[in-house]
Design a protein around this ligand. Structure first.
Ligand SMILES: [Ca+2]
Ligand SMILES: [Ca+2]
Ligand SMILES: [Zn+2]
Length: 312
């Protein structure tokens, strides 16, 4: 996920105070806790000053869980290959992803976005996943088509309260459909991972702050690339600072290890002695939208594998 500079304290306490491996994202099911109980950690701070940067958000995946996910994915790919559902060697999976946009307005209509903003957001998804923002960027092969726009008026849903309930009630499509709920909360966005889909398909998708759409009011984060970042998670990418200064780090070979998230666009940042400068232009860091310009070839390969394993 991607968050503003200050995240609700409740989330930090919740993560620190539990031995369970659940996360605020897709892990609800694994924690075997009532989903609604977890939603408390998403109560927005409701203060405008929480906005303006990204903070230490994370879908907490421990090194052990990360290793287990890699093993399970490899196993699934092998099983699918045996059934003929595999991408030819040297090729990558590609698909046109149907996108359902849910505009969660409050009763008075606050939180709305225009159809033009939605069209521009779709264009940003297509541009970024096609690698059109930098010569170093990978073309992932994935494209996006707006399959439906739905507008609701609900004060709770607008504030992302009862999020498991509203997602289950409104989600459209199958594992291959990207559902985007536009809400007003203290995060820029939150995503579920593909390996959690089978356990809890009803909540699969991304929640994005409506102010982050192109033309929105989220200063420095108003070019629509929060949706790109969250969709990256939805495809199975970690943050580039996952695992910190370790050789495994984000399970992607061509993103140099990063000790911590980036704020702004500090060219030349090098937070790890491991080779390479920090990947500050990567969509899976926390840099400003204007700093973002790429997924890497190995991230594209990971997206392809994750798609084949969990969403194809
Ligand atoms: Ca890496
Ligand atoms: Ca380095
Ligand atoms: Zn993120």
């Amino acid at each position: 996920m991607r968050s503003f500079s200050t995240r609700p304290r409740a989330l930090a306490v919740l993560l620190a105070g539990t031995a369970l491996a659940f996360s605020p994202l897709g892990g609800q099911a694994t924690a075997k806790l009532p989903a609604e109980q977890l939603n408390d950690c998403f109560m927005p701070s409701a203060s405008a000053d929480a906005k303006g940067g990204r903070g230490a958000d994370t879908r907490e995946v421990s090194p052990a869980e990360q290793k287990a996910i890699e093993a399970r994915t490899a196993q699934l790919l092998k099983a699918k290959a045996a059934r003929g559902i595999a991408v030819p060697q040297g090729a990558l999976a590609a698909a046109n992803v149907p996108v359902y946009i849910h505009v969660m307005r409050d009763a008075a209509g606050n939180g709305d976005v225009t159809d033009t903003q939605i069209a521009n957001q779709m264009a940003v998804l297509n541009k970024t996943f096609a690698g059109q923002e930098s010569s170093a960027a990978a073309n992932t092969g994935f494209t996006f088509t707006l399959a439906g726009t739905f507008r609701y008026n609900n004060n709770n849903w607008h504030k992302d309260k009862q999020s498991s309930t509203y997602r289950k009630q409104t989600r459209k499509g199958g594992a291959n459909a990207l559902n985007i709920w536009l809400v007003d909360f203290s995060y820029l966005g939150i995503a579920t991972f593909p390996w959690d889909y089978s356990r809890n398909p009803g909540i699969d998708g991304i929640r994005v702050n409506y102010t982050s759409l192109p033309g929105g009011t989220a200063t420095n984060y108003d070019l629509g690339e929060t949706a790109t970042h969250e969709a990256g998670h939805w495809f199975g990418l970690y943050h580039t600072f996952q695992g910190g200064c370790t050789t495994t780090n984000d399970s992607v070979a061509d993103t140099p290890a990063q000790g911590s998230s980036t704020n702004g666009c500090p060219v030349g940042r090098d937070s790890c002695s491991l080779p390479g400068l920090d990947p500050i232009h990567n969509y899976m860091d926390y840099s400003y939208d204007s700093c973002y310009n790429q997924f890497t070839p190995d991230q594209s390969t990971r997206i392809s594998n994750m798609w084949t394993a969990y969403r194809a």
